[in-house]
Design a protein around this ligand. Structure first.
Ligand code: ZN
Length: 406
């Protein structure tokens, strides 16, 4: 496999012109390929090396989130025109020899937050080691699972018209409650924009309007779909000539929802990609957002404990078919259960973010309660977590916990 884009995990990402951390139609392509080509793309971790493999969460607390995500690309595909579909086979995903570890952060409420930030407002960190396809953490004993490596973030450059629509609608949402912590949306922020090979004059103007990489949008982007794993095929809408495919935010593993925000096992790595085109595929198939086919390869977990959650919140307030509330309850229920075996809440929260848990919208029509479920594979634990008449026995050693701010 020929390496098309090479990165240096020891060098500052801002000094690497094959990386960019915003979406803008004018970011110059760093390489051109032809339909049918296959190639390797190396990626730094989403923060660009801001997080260290140590036992303090200070780096999570103080991480500069205006700099994320550092993406490799954009890659131009010869012949790609707006309206086409870019067919992207994810042939393989792997760990870089120069960076064989990963991390999970619970982000501080005032700097990023997360799905359960009201319950876990302080920064915490778990570091993970990789043993082939398996991941384990010195901060979370008693659990090991097979990774389903995938890019958290992948997609094509937006057109100018699409970028303007993003900025307009996200600004309107932000303005509805500008003081909120965490904010309702991440708006363009010129100061830390890195626009790859764009010339300084053009980059100054573009930085003020270039979209942040945080939310998923019509082009794909930060979808954090754990099943977009090696062996899957994605179909991306093309909005600019050449497409401009960029990718990064590689995860070793992730649970549905990536609930701790940086809830996956984050890592630097490589993606082996093959591209093809379906001319005018967007109108041919009525496609507005990407679609994908999952991989034939997946870890074979067959035994699950499934936690239910309904749209009644922690204060017993009734919500109307609110899946966000229901999934939160399912997660909180799973955390309370795991605490009975000796895990701290933070450890249990991190397990749900990283392990291959399946989240589902199980019921969305039975007024007033939506029902969301969270399926936790029981085989990832080194002890039996199923309920029994004898009750839970403490199985997790006292002592190890997620790293705190020191
Ligand atoms: Zn990520």
């Amino acid at each position: 496999m020929e390496t098309l884009i090479k990165v240096d995990v020891k060098e500052s990402p801002t000094k690497q012109d094959v990386l960019h951390n915003r979406w803008h139609p004018d970011i110059p392509m760093v390489a051109w390929v032809k339909p049918g080509d296959q190639f390797r793309v190396e990626c730094v971790d989403w923060t660009g090396g801001q997080i260290r493999d140590d036992d303090s969460a200070t780096d999570i607390k103080t991480v500069d989130l205006s700099k994320v995500h550092y993406l490799s690309g954009p890659i131009g595909v010869e012949g790609a025109e707006p309206g086409d579909l870019l067919v992207c086979d994810i042939l393989d995903v792997g760990v870089l020899a120069s960076s064989q570890w990963g991390f999970t952060g619970i982000f501080a409420k005032e700097n990023g937050g997360g799905f359960l930030t009201e319950h876990y407002p302080e920064a915490r960190k778990a570091c993970w080691s990789f043993s082939g396809i398996y991941a384990n953490s010195r901060h979370i004993p008693g659990v090991e699972f097979a990774g389903i490596m995938h890019p958290g973030l992948i997609g094509c450059l937006p057109s100018r018209e699409l970028l303007m629509r993003w900025n307009e609608r996200e600004k309107a949402l932000f303005d509805s409650n500008p003081e909120r912590v965490p904010p309702l949306a991440t708006l363009p922020y010129a100061e830390t924009a890195h626009l790859g090979r764009m010339k300084p004059d053009a980059a100054r103007a573009a930085a003020a309007e270039a979209a942040r990489t945080v939310p998923p949008r019509e082009h794909g982007g930060n979808c954090d779909i754990k099943n977009l794993s090696r062996g899957s095929t994605a179909y991306f809408p093309v909005y600019v000539k050449g497409g401009g495919l960029s990718m990064g935010d590689i995860h070793f593993s992730q649970g549905d929802g990536e609930i701790t925000f940086c809830g996956a096992i984050e890592m630097a790595g490589y993606l082996d990609i093959r591209v093809n085109l379906i001319k005018q595929g967007m109108s041919k198939y009525g496609i507005k957002n990407p679609i994908f086919e999952p991989s034939p390869l997946e870890p074979r977990y067959s035994s699950y404990l499934i936690f239910e959650g309904i749209s009644v919140d922690e204060a017993e307030k009734q919500h109307y078919l609110d899946v966000h509330v229901a999934y939160r309850q399912a997660c909180l229920n799973a955390i309370e259960y795991l605490k009975k075996f000796g895990y701290t809440g933070a450890q249990a929260y991190a397990i749900l973010g990283t392990a291959p848990v399946e989240g589902r919208i199980s019921g969305i029509v039975d007024i007033p309660n939506a029902c969301a479920t969270l399926a936790l594979p029981t085989e990832i634990f080194s002890f039996d977590i199923r309920p029994s008449a004898s009750g839970p026995t403490r199985a997790v050693p006292i002592g190890p916990d997620l790293a705190v701010v020191r």
